[in-house]
Design a protein around this ligand. Sequence first.
Ligand code: HEM
Ligand code: HEM
Length: 190
Amino acid sequence: MTHITDIPSLPDVLPPSRRYDRLAVFFHWSVFLLIALAYAAVELKGNFAKGTPPRALAMAVHEWAGVMVLGLALPRLLWRLLRGAPAPEPGRRLMQLAGEAMHWVLYLFILAQPLLGLLAINAGGHLLALPQLGIEIPALVGADPALKDTVKEIHETLGTAFYLVIGLHAMAALFHHYMLGDNTLRRMLR
Ligand code: HEM
Ligand code: HEM
């Protein structure tokens, strides 16, 4: 007799060729959490007066979460280029291509956005550092007020625009899962 606990859970029945591997899944969700933290911290910052310790802490959390995104984005992109991705779930070719294009836009974002943030800090004449731990990220550029203003503006505009892009990406995943009932979301979960 088959017991209910003998039935494999859905993700386990997907063959490896139809799902993301463990490392890709780890990269995806850890980057997601760090980006959520970076967004939350920079939004929270606005609640505290200029020059106060909580505001500085919120900004530090924003910057370090962002730098960790970059630290994961580089090996993640390398892994993706080496291992590829599972073929898309069956569907209309145009939608599959749109999904793939969206993925490359997101890869570009997780590389460019933290780099722009770092550039803004450095061009403003500051280093990203945790002196208590002896950690210091080397400056990418020297102080340059004009560059700082430009880069900061791009960083802020991109940051705002990507609320929408990330929202669309997440909604597409949920649409596949709940409306189309395919494995798109399942294959990115473990
Ligand atoms: C993926 C990572 C990141 C995301 C999603 C992100 C997003 C954002 C957003 C949404 C804003 C606020 C925009 C606004 O107020 O209109 C912002 C501001 C800022 N971010 Fe980032 N950021 C990231 C990484 C970084 C990093 C790594 C640094 C620096 C090391 C950084 C430095 C800054 C600075 C200096 C500001 C301006 C804050 C202010 O003066 O109000 N960001 N970022
Ligand atoms: C900061 C937010 C996010 C970023 C930067 C991001 C980035 C990415 C990237 C770059 C890929 C392509 C993976 C590859 O082919 O190598 C991907 C795939 C995927 N993401 Fe996200 N993602 C984010 C949030 C989310 C959220 C919130 C969900 C779910 C609600 C989600 C669900 C998925 C799914 C299901 C796939 C696989 C799509 C497929 O198999 O075609 N993502 N994501």
